[in-house]
Structure formats: structure tokens, C-alpha cells
Write a protein that binds this ligand. Structure first.
Ligand code: ZN
Length: 312
């Protein structure tokens, strides 16, 4: 069975494009590594944020949908995203959030700072010893030593845990790392093989009979898992097909190649290759400064850009 080395990226839906860019790049210090459009729908911006090069495991992306209603949380959704910060950095972030007027609460015994983005997406910063040796991206506003390194975890809300757990373990090679019960809910931790420092943990939060959520602003569209390359992606395609799921054919996303399937509780899963990465159409020093379109939209560039909302 192939084994996934963790989460590749998470894609959510934001409202006003300029507000999302300000929050993630200026306030959180992530690098805007790519400004493009939804490859399946050129009327929506698609922004990629990450570390300096947009490493797999650090990438949070947004489809901007200012006209969409807010999402309602429910089964079949990623409901919370945690970024790892080095141990000792929480004090910096608490000062920063106080200065910036970002409302927050402390979680996990004071190890984590819980807050929301301007559209209501639930986020956490978690102090993690495992990222001590990882360099941080030095942005204009956030010093590299305190920078967000990559995903510490994400929480998937499901109606029934067993079927989703089977996809993670038998389909992707993750292992159960413990469970706890909170009222009607069961929380089950899963670890990626080798427990990588970033993108290596997921929580399933399950409550039988939980109604499905609806997609909208402030919600997550899908979560992508890493494949080392095309061969491993094909192995994942076969392993999830063996569980009765129906992955798509490979789609070229320019910065990686992807397959998609909906896991049994309704969360949209993607398997994305690590390469070729974000330097394929912009120099590393210039990432995110241009509007990069896929070839099939390039001939319509002027018309497409005129119709997009202002992005700051
Ligand atoms: Zn994706």
C-alpha cells in the first residue's frame, strides 16, 4: 500500500479578495506565492499562501467568492486548520493579535491560539517542538523566527468516523494515534507515516447523525494529500478505488497534478503531486507578484482580468 507523507494543501472559500490577502499575508505573514484564477472557473480568483517557496504542507489556498453566502458548518467538512509555530512564539503572536485587534482564545492548555479569519474560518497557531529546525519565511511584517511553518493539523467533521478512518488508514497509510470522547462527539487523531513535522496530523470529529454542512464563505472546499510523484499518485488512485471510491482522472493544476474523490462522509479529498511547484511560471523572488493564468485562459487574459473583483 502507498503511504502519504502528509497534507499537501487545503483550499477554502473567502469573500473579499483584498481582505483575505491582507489577513493572510500581512497579519499572518504567509507568503502569497501565486495569484491565479480557479482553473475550472475563470470568474473566481485563486490565491495560494504558504512558506517562502510554497512547500507542500504549508499551502493554504482560497477561491474568492464575494457573492456567495457564508457556509454553515456540518458533517463532511474541514472545520478547523492549525498552523505550527516554534515553541516560545505564542507570546509574540498574542502581542501581535492584541495590537491588530484580532480576537483570540487560548486552547490546548495554552499551547494553541484559536482565532478566526475575517470570513469566519477557524484557525489555530500551535506551538510545536518539531518545527524548531525549520526555517521561517521572513515577511515584511512577521520575523522569520516566529513565522507559521506549515500545518500542525486540521479537523474534519463527519457523521460517522469508521468509513472516513478506513480511507485514511487503508487508502492513504495513516495510523490512528488515539481517541477521546466529548459528549456525543468522538475525536480520533490520525498520524501520517513517519509523523512529519508539518502536515502530519488530522483529527476526525464524529457525531452520528450530524447534518451535512453547506459550502460557502469561511468554509473549506477540499483538502489535498501529498503524492511524491505520478507513480505514487496512481497507486493512491488504485488504493482508494479498492475501497469503492471513484477518483477522477489526473488534472494538470500547473503547480502540481491532481486527482479528486469524495470520501464517504462527504469531504472532498485531493491527491496532489509535490512537483513541479510554484517556480514553474514565476521566479522564486517574484512569486505571487503577477497574475498567472493557465494556458487555456491566456488568450482571454484581458477579458478575464476585467471581470475579476479588485484584489488590492
Ligand atoms: Zn486543491
Amino acid at each position: 500500500m502507498p503511504v502519504s507523507s502528509g497534507v499537501h494543501h487545503i483550499t477554502a472559500i473567502c469573500g473579499e479578495p483584498a481582505r483575505a490577502i491582507d489577513f493572510y499575508s500581512r497579519r499572518l505573514g504567509l507568503r502569497l506565492v501565486k495569484k491565479t484564477v480557479n482553473f475550472d472557473d475563470a470568474t473566481a480568483w485563486h490565491f495560494y499562501f504558504g512558506d517562502e517557496i510554497g512547500s507542500p504542507g504549508s499551502i493554504l489556498t482560497f477561491f474568492a467568492r464575494p457573492d456567495m453566502p457564508p457556509g454553515t458548518p456540518g458533517a463532511g467538512e474541514v472545520v478547523s486548520i492549525a498552523y505550527a509555530i516554534p515553541t516560545g512564539s505564542a507570546a509574540f503572536w498574542i502581542d501581535q493579535f492584541n495590537d491588530e485587534g484580532v480576537r483570540f482564545a487560548l486552547a490546548e492548555g495554552g499551547r494553541a491560539i484559536a482565532f478566526h479569519d475575517p470570513d469566519g474560518l477557524a484557525l489555530e497557531l500551535v506551538e510545536t517542538t518539531a518545527v524548531a529546525d525549520m526555517p521561517g519565511y521572513e515577511s515584511e511584517t512577521i520575523p522569520g523566527e516566529h513565522a507559521l511553518r506549515g500545518f500542525a493539523g486540521a479537523t474534519l467533521l463527519v457523521g460517522e468516523a469508521a468509513a472516513t478512518a478506513r480511507v485514511l488508514t487503508q487508502g492513504l497509510g495513516w495510523t490512528e494515534g488515539g481517541r477521546a470522547t466529548l459528549g456525543d462527539y468522538t475525536r480520533i487523531r490520525f498520524d501520517a507515516p513517519g509523523k512529519p513535522a508539518i502536515g502530519g496530523a488530522l483529527d476526525l470529529l464524529a457525531r452520528p447523525g450530524l447534518p451535512k454542512g453547506t459550502q460557502g464563505i469561511g468554509g473549506v472546499h477540499h483538502i489535498a494529500f501529498r503524492a511524491s510523484g505520478d507513480a505514487q499518485q496512481a497507486e493512491f488512485s488504485a488504493s482508494v478505488r479498492a475501497l469503492g471510491l471513484t477518483p477522477t482522472e489526473v488534472r494538470d493544476r500547473k503547480y502540481f497534478r491532481s486527482i479528486y474523490f469524495r470520501e464517504p462522509s462527504g469531504v472532498l479529498f485531493e491527491i496532489a503531486t509535490d512537483g513541479p511547484g510554484f517556480s514553474v511560471d514565476e521566479k522564486l523572488s517574484k512569486l505571487g507578484t503577477g497574475v498567472m493564468l493557465p494556458e487555456h485562459y491566456e488568450a482571454r487574459r484581458k477579458e478575464i482580468l476585467e471581470k475579476l473583483p479588485k484584489a488590492g
